[in-house]
Design a protein around this ligand. Structure first.
Ligand SMILES: [Zn+2]
Length: 181
């Protein structure tokens, strides 16, 4: 039996070590074959390129409709972060795939980021996951717009232990693919 032969797992693994793979992995999760502008919804968008012909160093897209630039981060919980997306992919993966989840200490060690950054990442992931639980799938791309519109029900607070995310059956039992990030 061949272990770990799944193409999704292979892509996921690559996405935790290489930024371009991380961007492309998240783009595939978010848009599949139908990228669209997160601002105006126009499907007439294209990847920006550098002089060399490679992708723009920030992996930007441009929308022909509203003429604005965007990236896979735009309108998501990654938008305000400068941390590499491979860190986010790794944290999501570990938070969802293992019974114990991942601690901030472990994340900071394994991805070589500060403990403060690790806490931020895990906090955002927890917020993103709890948001998704309450928002119907067709409206799910955990953006700030949805945070404002959907938000937490009155009186409902986030769990306060943010040093470890995942590990609860409800989170760890759900597959990573199918989740919009
Ligand atoms: Zn647009």
């Amino acid at each position: 039996m061949v272990k770990n032969a799944s193409p999704v797992l292979a892509a996921l693994r690559a996405a935790t070590t290489d930024e371009k793979s991380a961007v492309e992995f998240l783009e595939a999760q978010r848009w599949a074959d139908a990228p669209a502008c997160p601002r105006c919804g126009d499907a007439s968008v294209y990847k920006m390129t550098a002089v060399s012909g490679d992708r723009n160093k920030d992996y930007r897209w441009r929308c022909k409709g509203c003429k604005q630039m965007f990236t896979v981060r735009t309108g998501t919980i990654f938008e305000e972060s400068r941390l590499p997306l491979r860190v986010w992919v790794y944290a999501f993966w570990k938070a969802c795939a293992s019974k114990k989840g991942i601690s901030a200490l472990q994340l900071s060690r394994e991805m070589e980021i500060t403990h403060k950054s690790a806490l931020f990442v895990l906090r955002r992931i927890r917020q993103g996951l709890s948001m998704e639980v309450r928002v119907p799938m067709e409206h799910a791309p955990c953006g700030r717009r949805h945070a404002r519109e959907g938000g937490n029900p009155p009186g409902r607070r986030q769990a306060t232990d943010l040093s470890r995310v995942g590990g609860q059956p409800a989170l760890s039992a759900r597959p990573l693919d199918g989740r919009r990030m």
